[in-house]
Design a protein around this ligand. Structure first.
Ligand code: SAH
Length: 209
């Protein structure tokens, strides 16, 4: 498959829905976020290994999470688990006037992602434990986690704006389900999106230690 065919397939499966997320998928070349040896597999809908023993998520996973996040063009967004930087690049194109802050705990990957994201000027990559969020730039309109959480860390809820949304995989170390958390009138509403997934575990203070 090439990029166009992958986008078509994801649309046909009903996973890419909105214009803005679809456009972002057409604009961001996934091969630029892969190690040289794997660039040829960029448009297979599968997770792939990246440095540090981690993985770049499968395109369908990035599509589903990006759709549920409902990002608007000028918003401030926090991502936990930068990995390759691909998900951050997609959000950067969905929110061209916004700001994306992304935190990665593996230093080798922070460097890998910074290189991959050099052309995405509204993405800022940080090294550290994102399980505590990124208080320096809080509050955020949207928070997305791309590592499996035992539960949604309290600091993320505190760093979320009113009417904000969090999308995260929550569950066990080896399998999770996508959860949507919303803050409405100061209250936290949690919904199970009924989408099973397998992410690498969230590390750090609020993760699997
Ligand atoms: N969004 C990435 C997928 C990354 S896989 C992409 O598009 O490629 C999940 C990443 O979360 C891994 O790189 C892992 O190192 C990172 N991670 C795990 N625990 C973390 C933590 N507490 N803080 C920040 N990053 C973390």
């Amino acid at each position: 498959m090439d990029q166009k065919e992958l986008v078509k397939a994801l649309m046909a499966e009903g996973l890419l829905k909105s214009k803005r997320v679809t456009k972002a998928f057409e604009e961001v070349p996934r091969e630029e976020f892969l190690p040289d040896a794997l660039k040829g597999l960029a448009y297979s809908d599968t997770p792939l290994p990246i440095p540090g023993g981690q993985t770049i998520s499968a395109p369908h996973m990035v599509a589903v999470m990006s759709e549920y996040l409902e990002v608007n063009a000028g918003q401030k967004i926090l991502e936990i688990g930068t990995g390759s930087g691909y998900q951050a690049a997609i959000i950067s194109r969905i929110a061209p006037r916004g700001k994306i802050y992304t935190v990665e705990v593996v230093p080798e990957l922070t460097e890998f992602a910074k290189k991959n994201l050099a052309d995405y000027k509204n993405v800022h990559v940080f090294s550290g434990d994102g399980s505590i969020g990124l208080p320096e730039y809080a509050p955020y309109d949207r928070i997305i986690a791309t590592a499996g959480c035992p539960s949604i860390p309290k600091p993320w809820m505190d760093q979320l704006k009113e009417n904000g949304r969090i999308v995260a995989p929550v569950g066990g170390m080896y399998e999770q389900r996508l959860i949507l958390l919303e803050k409405k009138n100061g209250k936290i509403l949690e919904a199970d999106l009924n989408f099973p997934c397998v992410f690498v575990p969230l590390r750090g203070l609020y993760g699997w230690r």
